[in-house]
Design a protein around this ligand. Structure first.
Ligand SMILES: C[S@@+](CC[C@H](N)C(=O)[O-])C[C@H]1O[C@@H](n2cnc3c(N)ncnc32)[C@H](O)[C@@H]1O
Length: 437
């Protein structure tokens, strides 16, 4: 059970306010009875800790989760860059396993020991209780939980006694647990970036051919893409699909930015047999299911297309959504649908590869009727957030790219697509509505 975020925030503001009084009274001390420099330093350090905790507590839990994962990756990558001079041959990923560097490790160990789930069901627990519940060493639990308290995922309800913070609740959710496993599996590959770019003349990957991407080079497999990697590693495929799910926010899942109902219902005039929406690269059909539930006025078939391996990982098939195995690099078999959807697909590919994918969709679109709805991040031209910037870095590792508005216009106009409007909702991705020019 989480302590409420509101209570945490109010308590931290009180602490910061109290620190302000102490700082003010320590300044300009004329009779020697005030704080010494050392005491003042101590108060400033405490203030810095509380200010950081306040900033963490102010984050929305889902955003906080991904921010944390990306920060850990970034911290590790910076470390691997800074500890490696161009003249040494030390592999970049060696530092991936430097234990004090990775917060993901104590998070994962704590998840595996059931700490988050236990605290989800109990207001607080001592290390002794957690040791009894998990069968682990009490002293190990104390060491695992210390950084999680410092990071604001747990709060201390006394010495060696813990409760879950609002920010920490995400970590007891099974989809988020899988996301941590995925982040750990993928970490050595992310950390090969410094070596890769040094050896490749600091050039952006232009395709997935040869050893053009950090991922292909890491496995020394020409043309090896992220989805080949998933296919070769079924357990990672499963954690990746869960990680994708953990990014979806059920309350505004991909469907508030764009008025699907209003835009598509009136256009689906050809009866129930016509295809209303094809979600190309739509994973396990969650997006279409959400759209269907939210906009029952949309008539016609809803088809999710993806690779066989993705469908193989489905445990229960979504109701009323057709699943079709389709390769995005092959001819689009469904012609003249009201709309084609490409959500978080194009950011996996280079510009040249995106042109191939887009040309196949365009060949199936009926001019004046079909729309192409691209849902992806549209990076601002300046002041991208840390999360947006690091999301682009994750894509870079396997040859993909997050694009700015200018880059989207360039890419889409290069194949003859016109942007009708860019819709931005609460979700991180925007929806780019396109038509054939
Ligand atoms: C980043 S995921 C996005 C999934 C989904 N659209 C979403 O937003 O949750 C990219 C999807 O593209 C699919 N994909 C990758 N290569 C593909 C290919 N050659 N043909 C069909 N689907 C592919 C993957 O299996 C994966 O489901």
């Amino acid at each position: 059970m989480a302590t409420t975020q509101h209570d945490d925030i109010v308590k931290l503001i009180d602490q910061i306010y109290a620190a302000k009084s102490q700082l003010v009274s320590s300044k300009g001390d004329s009779n020697g009875l005030g704080f010494s420099d050392e005491v003042q330093k101590h108060h400033l350090a405490k203030l810095a800790t509380d200010a950081r905790k306040l900033a963490l507590a102010l984050q929305e839990p889902n955003a906080a989760f991904w921010d944390l994962v990306r920060r850990v990756w970034c911290q590790l990558r910076e470390r691997s860059t800074s500890t490696q001079s161009p003249s040494t041959d030390r592999p970049a990923d060696e530092s991936a396993f430097t234990p004090q560097c990775s917060l993901l490790a104590p998070i994962k160990v704590s998840q595996d020991m059931g700490v988050f789930r236990w605290l989800q069901n109990h207001p607080k627990a001592t290390a002794t209780e957690l040791a009894t519940a998990s069968g682990g060493d009490e002293s190990l639990i104390v060491r695992m939980l210390r950084p999680l308290v410092a990071e604001g995922l747990l709060a201390e309800a006394g010495e060696e006694c813990y409760s879950l913070t609002d920010r920490g609740t995400a970590f007891s959710n099974p989809a988020y647990e899988e996301s941590i496993s995925f982040a750990i599996d993928f970490m050595p590959i992310v950390l090969s970036n410094p070596t890769f770019f040094r050896e490749n003349g600091y050039r952006e990957p232009r395709s997935h051919e040869g050893l053009e991407t950090p991922l292909g080079a890491y496995f020394q497999k020409p043309g090896y893409g992220f989805f080949d990697y998933l296919q070769d590693h079924p357990s990672v495929q499963k954690t990746f699909a869960s990680a994708m799910k953990a990014q979806l926010k059920p309350t505004y899942l991909a469907s508030t930015a764009y008025p699907y109902g209003e835009k598509l219902a009136s256009r689906s005039t050809q009866g129930d047999e016509a295809v209303a929406l094809v979600d190309v690269g739509g994973s396990r059909g969650e997006t279409l299911l959400e759209i269907k539930n939210r906009y029952p006025e949309i008539k016609g078939r809803l088809v999710t297309q993806d690779r066989q391996a993705t469908f193989d990982s489905i445990t229960s098939k979504p109701q009323a959504i057709e699943l079709m195995v389709h390769d995005i690099f092959a001819e689009q078999p469904i012609k003249g649908a009201t709309a084609y959807h490409l959500k978080r697909v194009l950011h996996d590919w280079s510009d040249e590869e995106c042109r191939t994918i887009l040309k196949h969709v365009m060949a199936a679109m009926e001019k004046g009727h079909s729309k192409l709805l691209i849902m992806d991040v549209v990076l601002p031209m300046t002041s991208a957030s840390f999360s947006q910037a690091m999301s682009d870095h994750s894509m870079l590792t396997f040859g993909g790219k997050e694009r700015s508005e200018k880059q989207w216009y360039e890419l889409l106009s290069s194949v003859g697509l016109k942007i009708v409007k860019i819709y931005q909702g609460a979700e991180p991705e925007a929806l780019i509505e396109c038509e054939k020019d």
